[in-house]
Ligand binder design. Sequence first.
Ligand SMILES: [Zn+2]
Length: 98
Amino acid sequence: MSCNTIKIFHRCGGCGKKKQFINTGKFRVNANGNRVDVWLIYQCERCKHSWNLTIYERKRPSQIDPEEYELFLENDPDLACKYGNDRGFLKRNRAEFQ
Ligand SMILES: [Zn+2]
């Protein structure tokens, strides 16, 4: 990652404790029929257990900006930074942050 994103905390499914999660800068895109899910992947700083934060859930492909969709597929670092600093996105995923 080439930028600092907001520090977020979450109860880790690996360690079972509240830990800081690190923005990996990687997206996961799952296209299923005419619905698309997109996540930004975070990892526990201690055990690397991953936590996918939802960007889009069951969206129609036509509702997603094609340029942004390409950037998800390319794991664009600037876009990962943008989401990593988007408090609304973090709140929707129930991330705790400072
Ligand atoms: Zn952990």
